[in-house]
Ligand binder design. Structure first.
Ligand code: AMP
Ligand code: GLY
Length: 405
């Protein structure tokens, strides 16, 4: 089977690498650090199966266009992708499906939004309705800051049209968990779980990022808990989408908080997590390509089998990330890092400089994954490899998975 992975980041590199165990893989457009990158648009690639990585392409209807051209695609159409493209739509579906989630209100006027904020005990959570590259969420212990944020978002100052509707919701306290599911329109199977680290600095300090590292499995989270999430949150969501006539075939990334009252959904994303893919997918055993193809045709029959190994990934970021990443720095030590046992290095913001050298081309540049029999082994492997890669201004967190050992 020939599979086309659509996207250009570390998640797509991980997808390509695991799919490549059993299939021929091309990546569109990919990047100079990902083998099999073709640089051409997905519409011009010939493949038996297309796996779409990034949410913006899904929200934009790429899966619909490929299907209309007769292609087999894993990834929801624009209708299903609204789950991630609109927080207001997400909450509507969750409530309809009876999924445990934070109480919320969705507003396009300032005063009712402020009234709801003032009725909540805090901390306060204000979200932009549309896609905002992970930057549309404010969680704050200051009611005044939350009120200002509502005004700014509704005035369209912060995110333009994406912010013209805001969602105000109850704060959920507890550790976070991400559960990944593979859906075929009717059935859904868990394909792993992970926890990521969203803040840029050690000890969860500094601004939010797309994710600075992740690990899988998650200590304290057993198969029974994952199946509970599948039964309470993922399968009812899929059924509610089906009842609306939405045939959801793709990954569903369920972001939860493990509250005292049980797991509650923060969000559903319509794709794999990045960098969670870099720790979850390497643990999937068997023929991932065949399984994704089953889901894409609507006949998911296989159940994923997981390696007992643990994986830890550490994101190496460019100078200035996340505020203003500098690009064009030469990346050194990649081969050395890759030569270490139990190590995979996935290329994200990577470009080609003079003489074909790899250079930084984005904020999150590499995801360095270590694998081993325990989380401690995996973590040691990842950090040994991180020590080998360098460029001016490179930074990374030193505490990925540290609190879990
Ligand atoms: P989101 O973009 O919806 O994933 O939100 C980004 C992050 O904000 C989440 O990973 C949580 O850490 C935090 N967050 C969002 N909503 C809530 C909530 N209702 N309660 C607590 N934390 C939240
Ligand atoms: N790592 C978070 C995300 O992929 O949204």
């Amino acid at each position: 089977m020939r599979v086309c992975v659509v996207g250009s980041g570390g998640r797509e590199h991980a997808l390509a690498s695991v799919l490549g165990r059993t299939a021929e893989v091309v990546v569109s457009p990919g990047n100079p650090g990902i083998p099999g990158s073709v640089g051409t648009p997905a519409e011009e690639v010939e493949a038996d199966l297309f796996v779409v990585g990034p949410e913006d392409r899904l929200v934009d209807g790429l899966a619909d266009r490929l299907r209309a051209a007769g292609r087999l695609v894993l990834g929801p159409g624009a209708d299903g992708a609204r789950l991630e493209g609109s927080k207001a739509f997400l909450k509507e579906v969750l409530v309809e499906a009876g999924v445990p989630t934070a109480r919320y209100g969705s507003f396009s006027e300032v005063e009712p939004a402020l009234a709801m904020l003032r009725s909540l005990p805090g901390p306060w959570v204000v979200k932009t309705d549309g896609l905002a590259a992970g930057k549309g969420v404010l969680v704050t212990t200051s009611l005044i800051d939350a009120e200002d944020d509502v005004r700014a978002k509704l005035a369209g100052e912060a995110f333009g049209d994406a912010g013209r509707t805001v969602v105000v919701e109850e704060f959920l306290a507890g550790p976070e968990l991400s559960v990944f599911a593979l859906c075929d329109g009717e059935r859904a199977e868990a394909i792993g779980c992970a926890r990521d680290h969203k803040r840029v600095g050690d000890g969860d300090t500094g601004p939010n990022t797309g994710g600075m590292g992740a690990f899988s499995p998650v200590p304290g989270v057993d198969d029974a808990l994952v199946e509970r999430v599948m039964d309470e949150s993922v399968r009812p969501t899929l059924a509610a989408l089906g009842a609306r006539g939405i045939d959801y075939r793709g990954f569903l990334y369920c972001g939860l908080v493990l509250t005292d009252g049980g797991p509650k959904v923060l969000e559903h994303n319509v794709r794999f997590g990045d960098p969670e893919a870099q720790v979850v997918l390497p643990r999937v055993e068997g023929d991932l390509a065949a399984m994704l193809a089953e889901a894409a045709v609507g006949e998911l029959a296989s159940r994923p089998v997981f390696s007992p190994d643990a994986c830890v990934t550490v994101v190496c970021a460019s100078e200035g990330y996340p505020l203003s990443p500098r690009v064009g720095d030469a990346i050194e030590g990649l081969d050395e890092a890759r030569g270490l046992p139990g190590v995979d290095v996935f290329c994200a913001g990577v470009g080609e400089g003079d003489g074909g050298r790899l250079v930084t081309a984005g904020g999150r540049v590499l995801a360095v994954t270590g694998r081993g029999p325990t989380l401690a082994d995996a973590r040691a492997a990842a950090y040994a490899a991180v020590e080998r890669v360098r460029w001016p201004g490179m930074h990374h967190r030193t505490d990925i998975a540290a609190g879990m050992l």
